[in-house]
Design a protein around this ligand. Sequence first.
Ligand SMILES: [Zn+2]
Length: 80
Amino acid sequence: MRRKRHAPLPPDTLDEPFGPPPEEYLYRCPACGEEMLVNEAIIDVAVGATQFRGEYTGGMPTLGCPGCNGETMVYIEQEP
Ligand SMILES: [Zn+2]
């Protein structure tokens, strides 16, 4: 399920003020209600770490919550 998109930008996009928006995912902590948008690069790192521990079960990984310092942040699927 990992997607790799680390190709360099083609030169003809360099004069745009902003590049393509990064893919971000809404995460929420069920314990303290903290919400944050997580860049897909961070998701990739979290999946890699989970795979390294042999705990990866597929789908979106849980992330550490800055509010309660636990691995409690879960991905909130949003309707488009
Ligand atoms: Zn929390």
